[in-house]
Design a protein. Structure first.
Lengths: 798, 210
C-alpha cells in the first residue's frame, strides 16, 4: 500500500524552481524583438480626454506605436472597465500606452504626449455623493440601478438627523430582513449601537501585474500573472477580440493575487493588442506605484450596527446599515458582508440595508474574504462591548451564537454542509489558553498595557461541478492536469493528492501539469472564493475513480476475468490477492494507446465541459486517459471558520501596539497539507492585521490624489510586526458532503486576524472600541489622552 | 461641463469652489515614474544630456566575468535581469522597500534595484542563480525544501539571499535575531513563520556542512 498523502506535509513540486531562480513569473519571459510599453496615467481623479497630441512622441526615434482606448476590441462601457479610458475615473487611470524599442524611450514618449483634459466633478467620500447637490463619481450616476448606474441623493434632513458622528441612513438600494428587529430590540436585555468605518486597502501582491504578449500564426501568446490559468483564457480572448481557441495563456507562477488577479487583469489587453498593432512582442512592466492605482483594492464601508442580546449572550437582533465605497466601477462586498454576519452570529432577527456608492478612487475587486473580513472586523469589537455589559465571557458569547451543523446562511437561511464552529472556538481557546490569558486584560507594566481579544471569521470555501483530467503515460507516472493557477497556495499539488490517494499511488509517481493552456488543461474553477481545495479535490477524486474503473476494465480485457476481480495500488492494476498477475501503469498506458477508444481519449464522457473535451482530444493517444466531472452534489453552502486569538501590549506613551502572541484554529474540514494550511492561515491573519494597523489610504481632498502610494506610506506587516511563532490548530473533521472532506482556507483568516487585533486593542483601552480601521498610533494616543480626535467619526481615507 | 463646479464637502458642511477651467496635462504628473531601462541608442542625445552614455563594463557575477554595455543610470537588478538573463532576482517595488531584488556584493546583502551597475565593477556579485554548487543546493536552499518554505515565492529569491548574507554574519542566530536580520525583506503572503523556520534550519545545515 502506498502511503496516503492527504494529511501529510510534502515539499511542493515547484519549490526547487522557486528557490533556484528557475521559476519564471510573467516578467521573466523575454521574446525576440520584444518592445516595451509604458502607460500614460490620468493626473486627475475624473476628467474627459478632449484631445491628444502624439505628434512629438511619434516623431521620436524608437517609438513603435501608440494605443488609445478606442482601439481596444472591448473598450470601456458603462461600469465595465477598460484597460485604457478616455474618461479616466480616478487619478492614475491609464489613458493610453506607448510602445518603443526600450522602456526609457517609451517613458520619454509618454512625457512628450500632450493630453487635453476636461476636468469633471469628483468625489472621494460616498456620503458626500449621497447629499443633495453632491458630486457623482460617474457621469451616469453614483449608485448601481436596474439598467446601469443611476443617481441617488438623500434629503438634507437625513444628514441633519444623524449629526456628524452617526451614519446617516437614507433610502438604501438593497435590503432584506429576517423576523422583526424592532420587536426583538423591545425585548432585548442589552442593546449596543455603533457607527463604524472600515477602510479601503490595496491588494499589493509582491508581483506587480506585469505582462508580455506576442502573436504567432494568428494565435496570441500571453505571459501574465493570474490566479486561474485556464479561466483566464476567455477574458483574454474577449480583450483581444479573438476566439478563445486562439489564446495561449501562460501563467506558471503567480506572485500573489489575493483576489486582484482572479481571471487575469484588465491591463493584459495593452500588451495583447499593442503587440498585434506593432507586429512585435510587447512587455508591459507594472511598477509598484502603478500597482497602487490599477492593482485593485478592497471596498471600504461606513457602517452602523445596532445589536440586541438576551441576558445569556444570544444575539436576538442585528440591524446593519452599510454604505460602501465602491470605487469607480463597483463592488459587491457590502452585500456579502450581510450574509457573512449570519454565519458568525445566527441572529434571531436581522435587518440588512446597504448602498454601494461609486467614488473616484482606484478600482475595487474581491480581496481575501471580500465583505467578510470587513464585517467581522467591524462587528466583533461591538459584540465584545455587549459581552462586557452582559457579564458574559467573550469566548462564550461567540459559542452561544455560532452555528452548528443545523445552522443557516443569509437571507434565504439555507443550510451549511458542515459547521464545526464551536469545536474550532474551543480548540483555539485551548491553544491560546483563553481562560488564563483573558485575566491579563488591562495589566500594566511600565507604559505597556496588555489587551487580549479574539475574532471569529466565516467565509465561503467551496464549489462543485468542475472536471478532473488524468493521464497515465508510458513513463508509468500519473500526470494530473490542472487548469487552476499557481498562486502560492500549493493547490496545484495538494488537490492532485485526491487522485493519487484514490489510485493508492506513491506521491513520487505523480506529475502535476499546469500553467500553460497549450498543455491541455481541464475546465476548472476560478481560484477565488477559497473554492479550489474543495472543488478540485472533488474533481480529481472523480477522475481518480474513473481511472480506477478504466484500469480494471483494461486489465480484464488484457488478462481475462471481470473488471471487479482487479485492484489498483502502488502503480499497478492486479488480480485481488495476486499482485504478480497484473499490469504496471507503464504497461497499462501502452495497452491503452494500442486499444484507443475510451482508454485513450477516443471517447469522451458527455457531461464534461467543452474545455475539458478539447483537452482530452488534444491528449488522445498519449496514454491511459481518465476525465470526469465532479457530480458528487453539494447540499448546502460550503463554509470555513477561523478563530484567531491575540494578545497585544499597547504603549500608552506612544500609542504603539505590539502583538505579543497569536493563535488560530479552524474548521476547514479534512486537513490536506498541515504545514501549508498553517502558513496560509497565519499569512491571512497577518494581512488582516495589516488592514487593522498599518496600511491606509489617504487622499488630498482638494485634488483627489492619493498620498499613500507606496509601501513606506502604507506598509503591510513585516517580519518584526508579527509574533515570532504564531500558533495554529485545525479541527480536522471531514465535511461529510465531499469525498475528501476538505474545505478551502484562503479567506476567513483575514477577518479573524483583523478582528482579533481590533478586539485586543479595544481590550487594552479598557473596552473602548474606536470602531474603525486602521487604528493608527496617533488615533489611539489622542483617545487615551482625551485630546480632540484628529478625524471625524465618519471620515474615510484618514 | 467645462466650467463645472467641483463640489467638495468635508465634515461640517460643503465648501464650493471653482475648478480650474480646462487643463492641459502633459502626462507628467502621474506617468512614467517607475522602472526604466534602455537597450538601444536611440535616445543618445537626451541621455548624454543626463550623463547616461553607455559604457562597457566587466562584472563578476556568480564567479564569471561578464562584459556588458550599461548606461550610467542602469540599476544592477535591470542589468542582471535584462542583459545577463538572470531573472531570478525579482523586482517588487524598484525603490528599496521590499527586498525582492536582494543580491550579495562581496558577500553583503544589497538591494539590486537601488544600486547602479557601474558601481559594482570589481566586486563579487552573487545572485540566486549562483548559490548551487555543482548541482548541490546551498544549505539555505535545502532548508527551504525541508521546511516547505514560501507561498507565492516571489519574495523567495530575496529572502534566500538575505539568509545567505545573514548566516555569513551570524552563523547561529536566534529566531529573534534572524527576524531582525531579515527585516529588510517583505513577504506579502505573510509566510514569516516558515521563513524563520527555514532560517533556523539553514543555520543548522550550514553548521553541519562546515
Ligand atoms: S525591488 Fe528592490 S527593494 Fe523592492
Ligand atoms: S511568499 Fe508570497 S510574497 Fe512571500
Amino acid at each position: 500500500m502506498a502511503e496516503r498523502t492527504i494529511g501529510t506535509d510534502i515539499s511542493p513540486p515547484d519549490l526547487h524552481a522557486k528557490i533556484t531562480g528557475r521559476a519564471r513569473y510573467a516578467e521573466d519571459f523575454h521574446a525576440e524583438g520584444m518592445a516595451f510599453a509604458k502607460l500614460l496615467l490620468s493626473p486627475m481623479p475624473h476628467a474627459r480626454v478632449r484631445s491628444v497630441d502624439t505628434s512629438r512622441a511619434e516623431a521620436m526615434e524608437g517609438v513603435l506605436g501608440i494605443l488609445r482606448a478606442s482601439e481596444l476590441p472591448r473598450p470601456e462601457q458603462g461600469t465595465r472597465e477598460g484597460a485604457l479610458s478616455d474618461e479616466p475615473l480616478y487619478e492614475g487611470a491609464p489613458i493610453l500606452a506607448v510602445a518603443a524599442v526600450d522602456e526609457t524611450t517609451a517613458a520619454a514618449a509618454v512625457e512628450a504626449i500632450r493630453v487635453d483634459l476636461e476636468p469633471l466633478p469628483f468625489v472621494l467620500d460616498p456620503l458626500d455623493s449621497l447629499r443633495e447637490g453632491g458630486p457623482n463619481a460617474r457621469t451616469d450616476g453614483n449608485v448601481p440601478g436596474e439598467d446601469g448606474p443611476t443617481s441617488l441623493k438623500w434629503p438634507d434632513s437625513v444628514f441633519d438627523e444623524a449629526g456628524p458622528d452617526r451614519l446617516p441612513m437614507g433610502e438604501p438600494t438593497a435590503e432584506w430582513a429576517i423576523g422583526d428587529v424592532d420587536a426583538a430590540f423591545a425585548e432585548a436585555d442589552v442593546i449596543v449601537e455603533e457607527t463604524i468605518v472600515h477602510q479601503s486597502v490595496t491588494h499589493h501582491p509582491m508581483e506587480p501585474r506585469s505582462c508580455m504578449a506576442y502573436w504567432q500564426n494568428g494565435k496570441l501568446f500571453l505571459h501574465g500573472s493570474t490566479q486561474s490559468t485556464e479561466r483566464t483564457r476567455g477574458p483574454v480572448a474577449a480583450m483581444a477580440g479573438i476566439d478563445v481557441e486562439d489564446v495561449v495563456m501562460i501563467g506558471e507562477y503567480c506572485g500573489g493575487g489575493f483576489g486582484s488577479k482572479i481571471a487575469g487583469v484588465p491591463i493584459m489587453a495593452v500588451p495583447a493588442v499593442l503587440s498585434r498593432k506593432i507586429g512585435r512582442p510587447v512587455m508591459l512592466r507594472i511598477t509598484r506605484y502603478e500597482e497602487n492605482y490599477i492593482g485593485r483594492a478592497r471596498a471600504g464601508f461606513q457602517g452602523w450596527a445596532k445589536i440586541g442580546f438576551r441576558s445569556d449572550g444570544r444575539m436576538t437582533a442585528l440591524d446593519l446599515y452599510l454604505v460602501q465605497d465602491s470605487g469607480a466601477y463597483g463592488a459587491s462586498d457590502f452585500f456579502t458582508a450581510g450574509t457573512v454576519a449570519t454565519a458568525s452570529y445566527q441572529p434571531e432577527n436581522m435587518r440588512f440595508r446597504g448602498v454601494p456608492v461609486y467614488t473616484n478612487t482606484p478600482p475595487r475587486s474581491a480581496q481575501r474574504a471580500p465583505g467578510g473580513a470587513q464585517i467581522v472586523a467591524m462587528l466583533e469589537p461591538v459584540v465584545d462591548k455587549a459581552a462586557r455589559e452582559l457579564g458574559v465571557d467573550r469566548l462564550e458569547i461567540r459559542k452561544v451564537n455560532a452555528p452548528g451543523h443545523d445552522g443557516w446562511l443569509g437571507p434565504n437561511q439555507g443550510p451549511f454542509t458542515s459547521a464545526y464552529v464551536r469545536e474550532a472556538l474551543d480548540l483555539g481557546g485551548e491553544l491560546f489558553e483563553w481562560e488564563g490569558r483573558s485575566q491579563l486584560s488591562g495589566r500594566r507594566e511600565g507604559t505597556r498595557v496588555t489587551g487580549v481579544g479574539m475574532g471569529l471569521s466565516p467565509f465561503t470555501a467551496g464549489s462543485n461541478g468542475r472536471d478532473g483530467l488524468l493521464v497515465i503515460r508510458p513513463d508509468g507516472k500519473l500526470h494530473v492536469h490542472q487548469g487552476i493557477g499557481n498562486l502560492g497556495t500549493h493547490s496545484i499539488a495538494d488537490t492532485a493528492r485526491a487522485a493519487s490517494d484514490v489510485l493508492d499511488l506513491d506521491w513520487d509517481d505523480v506529475v502535476v501539469v499546469w500553467g500553460d493552456t497549450s498543455k491541455h488543461l481541464p475546465f476548472s474553477t476560478v481560484q477565488a472564493g477559497s473554492q479550489t481545495t474543495h472543488a478540485h479535490t472533488r474533481a480529481n477524486h472523480a477522475a481518480g475513480e474513473a481511472m480506477v474503473g478504466l484500469l480494471q476494465e483494461l486489465a480484464a480485457l488484457e488478462l481475462g476475468g471481470s473488471a471487479t476481480d482487479y485492484r489498483v495500488a502502488d502503480g499497478r492494476v492486479f488480480r485481488a490477492g495476486n499482485r504478480a498477475a497484473g499490469l504496471s501503469f507503464a504497461q497499462a498506458a501502452e495497452r491503452a494507446i494500442a486499444r484507443g477508444g475510451k482508454f485513450s481519449g477516443g471517447e469522451i464522457p458527455e457531461d464534461l465541459h467543452d474545455v475539458t473535451k478539447g483537452a482530452v482530444a488534444g491528449l488522445a493517444g498519449e496514454g491511459l486517459i481518465a476525465a470526469a466531472k465532479d457530480n458528487y452534489g453539494q447540499p448546502g453552502a460550503v463554509f470555513t471558520w477561523v478563530a484567531t486569538f491575540a494578545q497585544v501590549e499597547l504603549d500608552v506613551e506612544t500609542g504603539e501596539v505590539e502583538i505579543v502572541d497569536l493563535a488560530s484554529a479552524t474548521d476547514c474540514g479534512t486537513v490536506i497539507h498541515p504545514r501549508s494550511l498553517a502558513a496560509q492561515t497565519n499569512g491571512g491573519v497577518f494581512q488582516g492585521i495589516g488592514m487593522a494597523k498599518s496600511q491606509r489610504w489617504v487622499f488630498d481632498p482638494q485634488w483627489g490624489i492619493p498620498f499613500t502610494k507606496r509601501f513606506y506610506t502604507a506598509r503591510p506587516p513585516g517580519i518584526l510586526d508579527v509574533p515570532l511563532s504564531p500558533r495554529f490548530a485545525a479541527v480536522n473533521e471531514p465535511d461529510p458532503h465531499t469525498p475528501v472532506g476538505a474545505k478551502g482556507i484562503g479567506e476567513p483568516p483575514v477577518g479573524a486576524g483583523e478582528a482579533a487585533y481590533a478586539c485586543a486593542v479595544a481590550d487594552a483601552m479598557g473596552g473602548l472600541c474606536l470602531c474603525r480601521t486602521p487604528l493608527t498610533s496617533d488615533m489611539i494616543l489622542a483617545e487615551l489622552e482625551g485630546r480632540p480626535r484628529p478625524y471625524g467619526l465618519l471620515d474615510t481615507h484618514v | 461641463m467645462l466650467d463645472a463646479e467641483i463640489i467638495q464637502s468635508r465634515r461640517g458642511g460643503f465648501t464650493r469652489r471653482k475648478f480650474i477651467k480646462g487643463v492641459i496635462a502633459a502626462g507628467a504628473t502621474a506617468s512614467a515614474a517607475g522602472y526604466l531601462f534602455r537597450s538601444s541608442g536611440v535616445l543618445a542625445p537626451m541621455l548624454s544630456a543626463q550623463g547616461a552614455v553607455e559604457r562597457l563594463v566587466t562584472l563578476n557575477v556568480n564567479g564569471q566575468q561578464r562584459r556588458v554595455d550599461v548606461p550610467k543610470h542602469e540599476t544592477l537588478a535591470m542589468t542582471l535581469r535584462y542583459q545577463l538573463g538572470l531573472t531570478g532576482t525579482k523586482l517588487g517595488c524598484d525603490r528599496a522597500e521590499c527586498g525582492a531584488c536582494t543580491v550579495l556584493l562581496d558577500g553583503v546583502t544589497h538591494y539590486g534595484c537601488s544600486i547602479l551597475t557601474h558601481t559594482v565593477r570589481g566586486r563579487e556579485v552573487t545572485t540566486i542563480e549562483g548559490l548551487e554548487d555543482d548541482g548541490v543546493l546551498h544549505p539555505v536552499q535545502q532548508a527551504v525544501i525541508d521546511e516547505g518554505g514560501f507561498q507565492c515565492a516571489f519574495c523567495a529569491p530575496g529572502f534566500v539571499m538575505s539568509m545567505v548574507g545573514m548566516l555569513d554574519k551570524n552563523p547561529a542566530p536566534t529566531r529573534e535575531e534572524a527576524a531582525v536580520l531579515l527585516s529588510g525583506n517583505l513577504c506579502r503572503c505573510g509566510d514569516y513563520d516558515k521563513i524563520l523556520n527555514t532560517a533556523m534550519r539553514a543555520a543548522e545545515l550550514s553548521r553541519s556542512r562546515a
